[in-house]
Design a protein. Structure first.
Length: 305
């Protein structure tokens, strides 16, 4: 036996628990400090994932409730709880359920600064026909409810109430007009079977034509990092295995919604609709509520820290 064998049993147990707790605290703090110093505003190092403190699958997902967009819900245990009173958040639900009926209109080309692209697209869907446009709109309603509970003013770029669109340039303009403190475009990807996981798209610096987004590149990265970290923690979903080299982050210069934005903005691809395992999550209302909570916590973290 160890030197503690002469102590009463209850004192030996208390000492053992104290030693374990001390080890966990030191290890957790060390991992957090390593991530902060290696990533910072420049993002996680190449090939690294979101903060180590957020890696435990499903952490935060078991706390609170998983009610629908009209129910009461609270952030995951250990997540950000700051008030968002006075903050404006723009939610941009990807695509529009009615786009499929307006092919000519959404094919019109618009200027995104460094190129011309289609006004909008129909988006993707699962093999069973669950449309990305329906997913993004449902998720937006859930996120709006949670953000409003924190006191934020939430502005939608659309609520399925338009004939089509809005076009990608107008989506950016709506966020700019609202003077948003943060803007998030909600999507799901349509990649090959076997490609799994989420990723957050960050704006590259674009200064061409009507695009002048240099001022929002750094704060958008901070928003994206916090969004990726909290989404992972709450949903337990892994970062993409096909985009971002395991970081869950991707930088692009071909998206009008980012090129033309003058407020911090990112896109989140919540999973791959064409992969059966990801599709099973994306079509599950319980999982979508966790996704909404992760997104809400990421936005809150960005706006309050």
């Amino acid at each position: 036996m160890s030197n503690g064998s002469t102590l009463p049993p209850h004192r030996r147990l208390r000492g053992a628990l104290l030693a374990v707790l001390t080890t966990l605290v030191v290890a957790g703090l060390g991992g957090w400090l390593f991530w902060r110093t290696s990533g910072g505003d420049g993002g996680p190092p190449h090939g690294a994932g979101p903060p180590a403190a957020s890696r435990s699958p499903g952490s935060g997902g078991a706390s609170g409730t998983d009610r629908g967009p009209d129910g009461k819900d609270s952030p995951g245990k250990g997540g950000p709880h700051g008030s968002l009173k006075g903050k404006v958040v723009v939610l941009d639900p990807g695509h529009n359920p009615h786009n499929r009926d307006h092919g000519r209109e959404i094919a019109r080309r618009v200027n995104i600064g460094n190129a011309h692209k289609e006004c909008d697209t129909t988006g993707t869907s699962t093999d069973d026909g669950y449309a990305e446009a329906s997913f993004s709109l449902d998720l937006a309603h859930r996120v709006r409810t949670l953000l409003q509970q924190k006191g934020a003013k939430v502005v939608f770029t659309h609520d399925g109430d338009r004939r089509y669109g809005p076009c990608v340039d107008e989506r950016a303009a709506l966020g700019n007009k609202a003077h948003a403190d943060a803007a998030v475009s909600l999507h799901a990807d349509g990649s090959a079977r076997g490609n799994r996981g989420f990723h957050v798209i960050l704006p590259a610096r674009v200064t061409a034509g009507p695009a002048h987004n240099a001022a929002i590149v750094t704060p958008s990265r901070r928003l994206g990092e916090r969004l990726a970290g909290r989404f992972l923690a709450v949903t337990g979903s892994a970062p993409s295995n096909y985009v971002g080299h395991g970081t869950g982050l991707d930088v692009r210069s071909d998206l009008g919604g980012l090129n033309l934005s003058t407020v911090p903005k990112v896109f989140i691809e919540c999973g791959n609709m064409r992969d059966p395992k990801d599709a099973a999550e994306l079509t599950d209302a319980h999982w979508r509520q966790k996704a909404a909570r992760g997104i809400t916590e990421g936005i809150t973290d960005f706006l309050t820290r």
